[in-house]
Design a protein around this ligand. Structure first.
Ligand SMILES: Nc1ncnc2c1ncn2[C@@H]1O[C@H](COP(=O)(O)OP(=O)(O)O)[C@@H](O)[C@H]1O
Ligand SMILES: Cc1cn([C@H]2C[C@H](O)[C@@H](COP(=O)(O)O)O2)c(=O)[nH]c1=O
Ligand SMILES: [Zn+2]
Length: 289
């Protein structure tokens, strides 16, 4: 008959293993893959799939793992880009800030290109120009999608940083920024109006905020009191959203002067319109007689 102590010595009870991350002998496994890169490659503009992963770390069932993509697609993929957005009312210094950032990138050895909307014909089409007259040569385009085509793919591939001015006028701003930064590895610096003269969201500028690495809202000086101005007041009676102009048509204003200014402009419009209606009915009456 075996004693309990003898029975115990016959049994092998292995020691409880240490968790993986505490075990000094544990080496992080490396998994290589090449299929995923083929599945995730996409050049389509709408809702693009993520580009190939070059490396991914994670934990499954408490174990650390690293996945490395050694496929040629991952090796050829450019680094990821960035998106920086500069918004504010007119005369806030958006174009000035954009030009400074682009010049700083260029001075640090990166290749830059500047785009503006060809709707803005205020200072000609060959340059981006600030209200103070500082300029930089640019591509004046209807749509951002034609930039790659106009430049040619080889020249496009060489560019590191793209500046976009008057971004509120580009319908395809979201798709362009998404592809340029996520797929093509470009740094994109976007300047535009966040709001129109009625303080409504302007074009697609606010749509790209979720894509952005940074967002800067600049302010101007209220033309009526000198305080910070976050809004643009249209001084004329025109009501279309897009109306190209400078200080002849617009002025930067604080909240108080925006609200008061709108009342004055709307009242003036009503008076003029009722005056016109009055004139018209007087004319009609005169013609009948
Ligand atoms: N009410 C104004 N009218 C004309 N120019 C102005 C006015 N307020 C500011 N500015 C000038 O405009 C410059 C900013 O120009 P810019 O960078 O082109 O602005 P934004 O692109 O935001 O319209 C300021 O540095 C200032 O010298
Ligand atoms: C407010 C407002 C502006 N615009 C136009 C007027 C100018 O041509 C540009 C803005 O130029 P800036 O570089 O920011 O000074 O946009 C418009 O069409 N509609 C508006 O409501
Ligand atoms: Zn004011």
């Amino acid at each position: 008959m075996l004693q309990i102590s003898q029975m115990k010595s016959l049994l092998f009870i292995p020691p409880k293993p240490l968790p993986f991350h505490q075990n000094p002998n544990f080496k992080k496994p490396t998994i290589f893959f090449s299929q995923i890169s083929r599945l995730t490659h996409s050049s389509g503009p709408a809702n693009p799939l993520p580009r190939p992963l070059s490396a991914m770390n994670g934990v499954i069932d408490g174990r650390d793992f690293t996945i490395e993509d050694r496929s040629s697609a991952a090796a050829a993929a450019p680094p990821f880009g960035e998106i920086h957005v500069i918004v504010g009312p007119m005369f806030a210094g958006k174009t000035t800030a954009l030009l400074r950032r682009i010049q700083a990138e260029s001075a640090s050895g990166r290749r830059v290109a500047m785009i503006k909307s060809n709707k803005d014909t205020r200072y000609g089409l060959d340059s981006v120009v600030t209200h103070d007259g500082v300029k930089m040569p640019c591509w004046a385009l209807t749509d951002l999608s034609i930039f790659k085509v106009k430049m040619g793919p080889e020249a496009y591939n060489k560019i590191d940083v793209i500046g976009i001015d008057e971004a509120q006028f580009f319908k395809d701003l979201y798709e362009f920024c998404c592809n340029a930064a996520d797929q093509d590895g470009k740094t994109v610096i976007v300047a535009g109006l966040d709001g129109d003269y009625l303080r409504r969201s302007f074009g697609s500028v606010l749509d790209i905020i979720p894509l952005a690495d940074s967002v800067t809202k600049l302010t101007a000086r209220c033309e009526l009191c000198g305080k910070r101005a976050a809004f643009t007041l249209r001084k004329t009676n025109e009501t279309q959203t897009e109306l190209i102009g400078g200080s002849d048509v617009y002025m930067p204003v604080c909240r108080k002067h925006y609200v008061n200014g709108q009342v004055v402009i709307e009242t003036t419009r009503d008076v003029l319109e009722s005056g016109k209606a009055h004139c018209n009915s007087a004319l009609e009456a005169a013609t009948v007689v």
